[in-house]
Ligand binder design. Structure first.
Ligand code: MN
Length: 505
């Protein structure tokens, strides 16, 4: 066996052993040996044996602590398409579930990203896979991450296609599934290929903040001592550099001024319980001055994608600012691995996404199945997937997930078309004052829709102010319908008139 193949195989087994039972590891090992034979002398463009790719894909899945069948499917994911192994053989050796996963991954990968229609079709396949079996998506993430790591040797235009797809499709999906670590890696690996100048500029800015990095080490030491004195158990405390691409986007919002970016470097503290989180926060605030308006309690107010942590920015001796991020291990795992973490907290095969993520996937699939015009599909996906989201509430406390910038009209149509069509006003957060129907809602708003049963259609101005494809579609349908019924009414009234004017006898 090639020595590098052996190295990759060892790394996969090591990773699997850290979380899985010896029986599970044995199955992974036999799948690895099977894949090594199946891929034979095939090579990657980098010159490495091809099988190093599925072995590394599987290792990443094991690192996400996914169950062994997902890891096994990761090992085998290219044996059907690239090595001609029949699905029946995979099924016979590794079971129907693994064969189904390999089939799912193969199908998503078939369509290439070329032209708008292909792009739409690609997206559609991806979302069908997502709805069908989320595990296929996890394998695609691991597969794409490794392809990005190897991208330098891939010729154009394939290189740009892979990077663009990662940045524009995979990363937003990972984000919506709450998989922060995967999203960050997908973006950071594709960023330099798509935006070389901008990426080099971000690197140079980071280099200019080296002194800051050194200071962070000192702060960490002080914090460790403080927590010891206060008897707060700390499971982990580490400095973390902001992901490059999200730093780039943030710089664009802050006049390209890196001194305005408070979370460039953060100290991440992982403690056992929620109470410890708040205790740790007060210890930090007693030692360092917190910056006003920079304390964010995402534990009591989670972000729309489910993210929980406490963030605070403090000023230290030299006037430099640092961000602390405090969370429990469970919150940490969810923040890094999102849906994958949710998956493994449940019985195998019975995994459920957090409810708001599940509803988002469901709504999206229902909508995708209805829309057949590729232009409309792409436009809709841009607003539904690639945009930031807000979470708002009904007066009963149900959570409604909408794109950033959505209005009360979007909210009303999300609840029901009839409610949308009869909306005359909205009230937000219990205020007696009416909330303008074209003003964007904010995350956390409680929205009450005022309807008039006699009102039977939307206002002609609404299509211009709503943000969701769903609301726009329903409004346009209703407006078209009402033009038709007005016309019908006019004709009905006109006809007898004409007959009255008919000359008698
Ligand atoms: Mn692959």
């Amino acid at each position: 066996m090639d020595q590098r193949t052996e190295e990759y195989r060892e790394r996969l087994i090591d990773e699997a052993q850290s979380t899985l039972s010896p029986e599970d590891v044995a199955v992974i090992e036999s799948a690895a040996n099977f894949a090594i034979i199946a891929h034979g002398e095939q090579r990657r463009l980098s010159g490495l044996p091809y099988v190093t790719h599925p072995l590394e894909t599987a290792r990443k899945l094991a690192a996400m602590h996914l169950p062994h069948d997902v890891v096994v499917a990761g090992v085998l994911h290219d044996t059907h398409e690239d090595a001609g192994v029949p699905l029946a053989e995979i099924e016979q050796r590794f079971g129907a579930d693994v064969a189904r996963l390999v089939d799912g991954v193969t199908k998503v990968g078939k369509v290439k990203y070329r032209g708008e229609e292909r792009y739409a079709e690609n997206l559609r396949k991806m979302f069908v896979a997502l709805a069908d079996d989320l595990r296929v998506m996890f394998i695609k993430f691991a597969d794409r991450l490794h392809n990005l790591e190897d991208l330098a040797v891939v010729p154009e235009p394939k290189r740009t296609r892979i990077a663009r797809e990662a940045l524009e499709i995979y990363a937003p999906i990972a984000n919506r599934l709450g998989m922060g670590e995967i999203k960050g890696k997908l973006e950071d690996l594709s960023f330099p290929y798509l935006y070389p100048k901008e990426s080099a500029w971000v690197e140079s800015l980071i280099a200019s903040r080296r002194k800051h990095q050194h200071l962070l080490g000192e702060i960490r030491d002080v914090a460790v001592r403080l927590f010891e004195e206060q008897k707060i158990a700390v499971l982990a405390i580490d400095g973390r550099m902001k992901h490059r691409y999200s730093l780039y986007l943030k710089l664009l919002r802050y006049n390209r001024d890196i001194t305005e970016i408070y979370d460039l470097l953060a100290l991440r503290i992982i403690v056992p319980t929620v109470a410890d989180c708040y205790n740790a926060l007060s210890v930090i605030h007693r030692r360092w001055e917190p910056l006003k308006g920079r304390i964010k309690d995402y534990i009591s107010n989670p972000k729309p994608n489910g993210y929980r942590s406490i963030h605070t920015t403090v000023t230290c001796a030299h006037g430099d600012t640092f961000e602390f991020q405090i969370r429990t291990m469970e919150m940490h795992e969810e923040a890094e691995w999102g849906a994958a973490a949710a998956w493994r907290y449940h019985e195998r095969g019975n995994a459920k996404l957090p409810e708001h993520q599940l509803r988002w996937v469901d709504d999206l699939i229902r909508w995708i199945r209805k829309v057949h015009d590729p232009k409309e599909l792409i436009e809709g996906l841009r607003t539904e997937v690639l945009r930031d989201r807000i979470l708002v509430f009904t007066p009963k406390g149900d959570v409604i997930d909408l794109p950033d910038g959505a209005t009360a009209v979007d909210f009303a149509y999300h609840i029901h078309t009839d409610i949308g069509n009869r909306t005359i006003a909205a009230r937000v957060n219990g205020s007696t004052a009416l909330y303008p129907l074209d003003r964007p809602l904010q995350s956390g708003d409680i929205v009450e829709i005022v309807t008039d049963p006699k009102r039977c259609g939307p206002s002609p101005e609404w299509p211009g102010s709503v943000k969701t494809a769903h609301a726009r579609r329903k409004i346009n349908n209703a407006l078209r319908g009402s033009v038709r019924s007005k016309l019908a009414g006019w004709l009905a009234r006109a006809t007898p008139k004409r007959s009255r004017n008919k000359p008698q006898g």
